[in-house]
Every structure is written in structure tokens, then in C-alpha cells.
Design a binder for this molecule. Structure first.
Ligand SMILES: N[C@@H](CCC(=O)N[C@@H](CS)C(=O)NCC(=O)O)C(=O)O
Length: 291
């Protein structure tokens, strides 16, 4: 093992400097709001406050899938929360999610608006509200929820563990990169073995488990997060790659990926979404600009 910087923890940890690395400016050891700011509310019952990170995309995919099935009650306004600018610490956002992380959903269709935070809870809420993408058969429903909660417990090792130390930390340290690469490869193998025998995560039905897992692990195997596909030998997880392609072909998934996206190809960005026609207008804007 190479030499790692030596650190002797003090008796009591204190927050006296920025840790460095990407996102260090938004990390704090305390919760709560930093400034007063109400959240905007649009015309639809469902108000989403988010950003197109893998956690945000789960929810916009679900909403677009529900709309594709004809559930007009799933019409939504998607407002952009710029986490790099600290929007998640505004008082209105903290009211919607005391954990100050996107995504957060407000449902105004009830007499007292309901707040939902944590992407897994939002997927489950919408699945139950509209009766879709959560199998009704007890065994299949249980399998679906097991994989949904697997994602919620596993992805922090991928994002907060591997992704942080491999891509974002101010220096490359062998010990954590080794530890989290090992865990992420193990997780990919869990998925690969399961998808060798199952079309989707919950078996033969596409469900909220796929919507939760795809934006993280699907993106990882095709090098869309952390540029780590080669390092992790992602090409060897052939069943994950097959499943990733299958899900990526869905039109609702392609629309959901664009909502609240502010990086990457301009043609794939829809900063805010208030109507289905916004996707079309985005395309027209682009065509007009390129004329
Ligand atoms: N377990 C949460 C994780 C949400 C999360 O980590 N969101 C990140 C973006 S992907 C965020 O808002 N970070 C802002 C911050 O940490 O201040 C979920 O699934 O909803």
C-alpha cells in the first residue's frame, strides 16, 4: 500500500476548515436553513423540487411513466434546485425536506399538502397513489420493495464512498478507493447475477425498483458517472448492460432524464418542466438556434 497522509483525530472534532474536493462548499455539520426563501408553486397538484442527479432522475422517470400510462393526476411542475448554490438550505426547501437534499415532492391534491422526501419514499408514494409500477402480488411486491430498499442502502457506498474518493476527493487515497471499489464491484455482481435470471429487478415486471437502480448502476456500467467503467471493468457485467439498454430505450425514461438537467448535451436539458409541451418547445428552441 502507498503512504497515506497521517491523521491523528483530536479528542473532539471541530469544523474549522473546508475539507476540499468537489461539493466541499455545501457540506456543513449542522442541519436547518441558512436563508429565508419560499418555494415556488405552479399549477399542478404535484410540485417537484429537484435536480437531474441519479437521485433526482428516479422521480422524473416515474412521473413521466405515469403520464405515459394516461394518469393526468401525475402532471407536475419540476422546479430546479441548484445544490451547488445552496438552494437546498432555503427555508421553503427545508420545510419540504428537513434533510436538505433533492428530490423533494409536495402533493397539493390533499386538503393539507403532503410533503415527501427521500427518493425511495417518493417512488413508493407515487406507486401507491396511482396503483402502478409496484406489483400487487404479495411475493412480487415484496421482491420489488426489497430491491428498492437495497438501492437506498447500497448507493451511498457507490456515491458517497467510491464516487467521492475516486472522482471528487482532493487527493487520491488508495485505502478508501480500494475499499469502496471492492464493495461497488460486489454490488454490480449482485445485480448481474440477478439480472441473468430476471428481465427486471422485480422479475418480469418493470417497477419502481428498476427506476431507483437504473440511474445509478445503469449509468455506472456505461461510464456516465465517475468515469470509472474501465477501472471497475464494467463491460464484464453483461446482464446489467443488457438491462441498462432495455430501460434506456423507454421514451418516458428518456424524457425523465432531461428534466432539471443543467449539464451535458444541451439537447438533453430541460431546466424546468411545467407542461408536457415543454419537451417539444425545448426541441423547437434548439432547432431554431441551430438554423
Ligand atoms: N437518500 C437520499 C439522497 C439524496 C441526495 O443525496 N441528494 C443529493 C444530490 S444527489 C443532494 O441533494 N445533495 C445536496 C447536499 O448534500 O447538500 C435520496 O435518495 O433522496
Amino acid at each position: 500500500m502507498t503512504d497515506a497522509p497521517i491523521y491523528t483525530p483530536p479528542t473532539v472534532w471541530t469544523w474549522d476548515r473546508e475539507s476540499g474536493g468537489r461539493f466541499a462548499n455545501i457540506n456543513r455539520p449542522i442541519a436547518g436553513s441558512t436563508h429565508e426563501k419560499d418555494l415556488p408553486v405552479g399549477q399542478h397538484p404535484l410540485q417537484l423540487y429537484s435536480l437531474a442527479t441519479p437521485n433526482g432522475v428516479k422521480v422524473t422517470i416515474m412521473l413521466e411513466e405515469l403520464l405515459a400510462l394516461g394518469h393526468s393526476g401525475a402532471e407536475y411542475d419540476a422546479w430546479l434546485i441548484k445544490i451547488g448554490d445552496g438552494d437546498q438550505f432555503g427555508s421553503g426547501f427545508v420545510g419540504a425536506n428537513p434533510n436538505s437534499k433533492i428530490p423533494a415532492l409536495m402533493d397539493h391534491s390533499t386538503s393539507t399538502p403532503i410533503r415527501v422526501f427521500e427518493s425511495g419514499a417518493i417512488l413508493l408514494y407515487l406507486a401507491e397513489k396511482f396503483g402502478e409500477f409496484l406489483p400487487t402480488d404479495l411475493a412480487k411486491r415484496t421482491e420489488c420493495l426489497s430491491w428498492l430498499f437495497w438501492q437506498m442502502g447500497s448507493a451511498p457506498y457507490l456515491g458517497g464512498g467510491f464516487g467521492h474518493f475516486y472522482a471528487y476527493a482532493p487527493m487520491k487515497i488508495e485505502y478508501p478507493i480500494n475499499r469502496f471499489a471492492m464493495e461497488v464491484k460486489r454490488q454490480l455482481d449482485v445485480l448481474d447475477r440477478h439480472l441473468a435470471e430476471n428481465e427486471y429487478m422485480a422479475g418480469d415486471e418493470y417497477s419502481i425498483a428498476d427506476m431507483a437502480i437504473w440511474p445509478w448502476y445503469g449509468a455506472l456500467v456505461v461510464n456516465k458517472v465517475y468515469e470509472a467503467a474501465e477501472f471497475l471493468e464494467a463491460h464484464t457485467y453483461t446482464h446489467v448492460i443488457r438491462w441498462n439498454q432495455e430501460i434506456g430505450k423507454r421514451e418516458a425514461v428518456q424524457r425523465g432524464r432531461m428534466v432539471n438537467r443543467v449539464g451535458g448535451e444541451l439537447s438533453e436539458q430541460l431546466h424546468e418542466r411545467h407542461n408536457a409541451s415543454d419537451f417539444q418547445n425545448r426541441t423547437q428552441d434548439k432547432l431554431e438556434k441551430s438554423d
